[in-house]
Design a protein around this ligand. Structure first.
Ligand code: ATP
Ligand code: MG
Length: 238
């Protein structure tokens, strides 16, 4: 028996008359996540000539029509965007670099840095924790994070032994409760850290959101997807 291999598929073509469909032969599906990515994408889409027809904040729909009959938006969890695009549930998507780095899988083409949802991935500790001494070669620290892949690589590069604790949210709590010495998390203004008496001790990398494209869809729907990538490109804030 052979195990079916999961490969990248292009999203099914929409069929006119189907509730989820569009004009036969060229429906383009764009995966976005609610919150800052959607909020910051709407002006980009508008500049690219695409307006979402419903108010995503009040509508409970997960599939949104746009002013372009051949383009629809699907709303998915931020960390699910690469998965949707990889397997062809969507042709394109917008995902944070943080999410893309933790996503393992191929079939994704990442043509553009959209320069939206900008923040940085940083190490933070309690103010009374001596991070500089703790990271000296040979020491061992406990780090709680949602980003175990990036954190593992970062501390390996520094030659620091690390025990990683995977969390899914409220990372700030970990150093306060003694669960961990440090956290690796996203920081923008730093106000959440400050409110929890944590200090940012090291920046790992700058983060922004990227346009991701299903490679099979790019080949099969070139005529529609290439111009869309170009439209996104000219809409990027400078
Ligand atoms: P969920 O909130 O559903 O658990 P999430 O935290 O991944 O998922 P968002 O908070 O909407 O979803 O974040 C989406 C993306 O926005 C992140 O992957 C990251 O790239 C970026 N981001 C996260 N936090 C910030 C921030 N404080 N400032 C700017 N951009 C951010
Ligand atoms: Mg969040």
């Amino acid at each position: 028996m052979t195990t079916p291999k999961l490969t990248a598929f292009a999203a099914p073509q929409g069929g006119a008359g189907l509730p989820w469909g569009g004009p036969a032969g060229g429906l383009i599906t764009l995966a976005l996540s609610k919150g800052r990515i959607l909020d910051e994408c709407l002006p980009l889409l508008k500049a690219a000539g695409i307006e979402v027809q419903e108010d995503p904040d009040t509508s409970r729909k997960l599939i949104l029509a746009t002013s372009r009959p051949d383009v629809r938006v699907v709303l998915v969890r931020a960390s699910d965007v690469p998965t949707y695009v990889q397997y062809g549930g969507a042709d394109l998507g917008v995902a944070g670099k943080d999410v893309l780095l933790e996503h393992s899988g191929d079939g994704l083409y990442v043509p553009l840095d959209l320069k939206i949802a900008r923040c940085r991935m940083s190490v933070a500790t309690r103010a009374d924790f001596d991070y500089a001494s703790a990271v000296k070669q040979g020491s061992r620290i406990r780090v709680a994070t949602k980003y175990t892949g990036v954190a593992r690589q970062h501390f390996a590069d520094k030659g620091v032994h690390v025990d990683l604790i995977k969390l899914y949210g409220s990372m700030e709590l970990a150093p306060l409760t003694g669960l961990a010495d440090a956290i690796v998390d996203l920081v923008s203004s730093g106000s959440t850290l400050r409110a929890n008496h944590l200090v940012e001790v090291e920046t790992i990398m700058e983060i922004s959101s990227r346009l991701v494209v299903n490679q099979a869809a790019l080949k099969l729907k070139q005529g529609a997807i290439r111009p869309l990538i170009e439209a996104f490109e000219s809409a990027i804030p400078r």
